[in-house]
Design a protein around this ligand. Structure first.
Ligand code: RB5
Length: 153
């Protein structure tokens, strides 16, 4: 990642894991903007997906992390935002390659799917990888073109 600041959000199903991931990021010297949720009280994950995506869209942070029960609802909500390429990952190879090839800017995963050790490894794999550009840029541009044509309503 280019700058050492990242936006992190979760729902109630992932509050505990979010706190651990934030501690891990801070231990690495990365500044965290935590958009909540702030407890295990039931809440709606799209609100937090939106808050993280706004920060990425506005350039407040280059990257975001979203955690829910599975990571899937968060990724679905995030990918409805223009310019957001969110990837739900539960293995480190995918977390690394989605930065390198897809220029993913939001990583999603689930507290009910991954443990704390793997979650931290997913985060490290994602933020330490760099987009490779070249032929991958052309393909990312094609995604952006689809987005332009399909999300104009
Ligand atoms: C909440 O129960 C759960 O549905 C949510 O955290 C997430 O897994 C949705 O995709």
């Amino acid at each position: 990642m280019k700058n050492k600041v990242i936006t992190v959000g979760c729902d109630h199903a992932a509050y505990e894991l979010k706190q651990k991931v934030i501690a891990h990021l801070r231990e690495r010297g990365i500044e965290v903007i935590d958009v909540g949720t702030d407890s295990t009280a039931s809440c709606d994950y799209p609100n937090f997906a939106h808050a993280v995506c706004k920060n990425v869209q506005d350039g407040v942070t280059e990257l975001g992390i979203l955690i829910c029960g599975t990571g899937i609802g968060m990724s679905m909500a995030a990918n409805k935002h223009r310019g957001i390429r969110a990837a739900a990952c539960s293995d480190t190879f995918s977390a690394r390659l989605t930065r390198m090839h897809n220029d993913a800017n939001v990583l999603c995963f689930g507290e009910r799917v991954v443990g704390m050790g793997l979650a931290c490894d997913l985060v490290d794999s994602f933020i330490d990888a760099e987009f490779e550009g070249g032929k991958h840029q052309r393909r990312v541009d094609m995604i952006t073109e689809i987005e332009k044509n399909e999300m104009n309503g």
